[in-house]
Design a protein around this ligand. Sequence first.
Ligand code: IMP
Ligand code: MG
Length: 182
Amino acid sequence: MKEPAIERILFTEEQIDQRIREVAAEIDARYAGREVKLIGVLKGSVFFLTALARELTVAAKIDFLAISSFANQKAAPGMVRIAKDLDESIEGENVVLVEDIVDTGFTTRYLMQHLAGRNPNSLALCTLLDRTPRRIVQVTVDYRCFEIPDRFVVGFGLDYKQFYRNLKYIAVLNMDAPTSAA
Ligand code: IMP
Ligand code: MG
């Protein structure tokens, strides 16, 4: 099978870095004088989380969870399972869930509910990419770097069959069925 190729670059390394600095400044302003806990979702958000964390000046802890998502399977739309839970409690903490992309919203809504049930002091959502045209369930995005069109994208953490995560830029993949890929 021929692998799909990069069709065009949506956001360059420079654009991404610049935007992350701006979003980090928003988070710094909001949590000034307090501590935050950034929670990343393995594996897609790792690249974004580390870049964001390095731009923050507020005191920040990090933790990760991993999920198995069945959101793109027609048999079980929106089903998400926690494959690796957080290492530490988030009770009383100012939690920021850091996502690679909010697409249909199923994954994010599940995770936000999961985290809200653990009594954080506050809970916010920060995403690298937001693809609102495909939203099915409503989620409140507090911080976003970029809105993207309804095309499958890779890079800066986002994968196609686990490849392309390490691209420094974000690109549209040329696929026969762009919206059916997981
Ligand atoms: P949602 O539950 O539909 O919002 O799906 C979110 C998850 O689907 C993300 O965390 C990604 O892992 C994956 N995903 C959605 N769109 C893309 C894309 O364009 N490229 C790579 N992964 C994607
Ligand atoms: Mg993925």
